[in-house]
Design a protein around this ligand. Structure first.
Ligand SMILES: O=C(O)CCC(=O)C(=O)O
Length: 287
């Protein structure tokens, strides 16, 4: 069993200050290889909004110049290994898991694979100003209460010109709209004052509160592609953002702790005698 990486005092300090952390070497090379091999099998001819099993192609318009697959946890074992990955799961629990409350726990409300090719970018969005509660950053009375914390996992090296994620450090607490921010109008972030581009090596993970102003820089390198997987974690009571439902096969196959993240609130059917205080018995067999 891999060691669970725990957030340090410095992690807490930097996450609070900046709204993001970089977890270096978070995914071991063997899993990176398996994830890249899985990417190689994605059907290239899948139409936008076409389905591949319980996974749907869902490109961000034409801006990303690439290929996105939503509900990617349904695409096989390497993606299942990411659900409660030991390098970041303790961070997610601490920052978004409603610690020390009656609804303690996590839920993955969106997960997707993203390939970005030359010319692609992701527009500037989010930030503390008029931020949705879903993406909020909060630390109060000794506990974090973030509405959503993302793990953006690099499967390829992402350096200058590769279309790296951009963030405005500290903007998760911003009380003002960025003067260069003009809404969801597909504006790239490249020349936005205060924004920095995050460079990652394959295996690194960018962990960020969704309330930070962020986006993706324009990919200028003509060759190759940027490959990332993004899992968004929220509190146990959250709902799936786009309405995807995890299949019974997946829910049966994964481990009990993983199932609890995918389906923290068990559906209740007429005739069941489970008490409401017995929402998710730990000893329930999952196979
Ligand atoms: O693709 C990226 O680097 C940024 C992704 C993003 O903006 C998001 O997940 O909300």
């Amino acid at each position: 069993m891999a060691t669970v990486r725990q957030p340090s005092d410095l992690d807490d300090y930097l996450f609070d200050l900046r709204g993001y952390l970089i977890l270096r070497d978070a995914i071991d090379p063997e899993l990176i290889t398996r994830l890249n091999e899985a990417f190689d099998t994605f059907p290239a001819d899948l139409e936008p909004w076409g389905w591949w099993g319980n996974v749907q192609r869902s490109d961000d318009g034409d801006n990303a110049k690439g290929y996105e697959l939503q509900n990617i946890v349904e695409a096989g074992p390497p993606f299942e290994a990411l659900i409660d990955h030991p390098s970041w799961i303790a961070y997610m629990r601490r920052y978004a898991g409603e610690v020390d409350s009656y609804v303690e726990g996590l839920f993955i409300d969106e997960c997707f694979a993203s390939i970005r090719r030359s010319g692609g970018y992701f527009y500037l969005h989010s930030g503390g100003y008029h931020g949705a509660i879903r993406g909020q950053y909060r630390y109060l009375n000794g506990v974090f209460r973030c509405g959503q914390v993302n793990a953006l996992m690099a499967l390829t090296d992402i350096g200058p010109g590769d279309g790296g994620t951009m963030v405005i450090p500290g903007s998760h607490k911003s009380n003002f709209a960025h003067p260069q921010s003009i809404g969801r109008d597909a504006r790239p972030m490249d020349d936005v004052e205060g924004a920095i581009e995050v460079h990652l090596n394959a295996g690194d993970v960018l962990l960020f509160c969704d309330g930070i102003t962020h986006g993706g820089s324009s990919r200028t390198n003509p060759e190759g592609e940027r490959r990332v997987v993004i899992y968004r974690y929220g509190p146990s009571w959250a709902a799936t953002r786009h309405g995807y439902r995890y299949s019974e096969d997946l829910l049966r196959r994964v481990s009990a702790p993983q199932r609890k993240i995918l389906e923290p609130v068990r559906p209740r059917h007429p005739g069941e005698t489970r008490q409401v205080t017995d929402e998710y018995p730990e000893d329930e067999p999952t196979g």
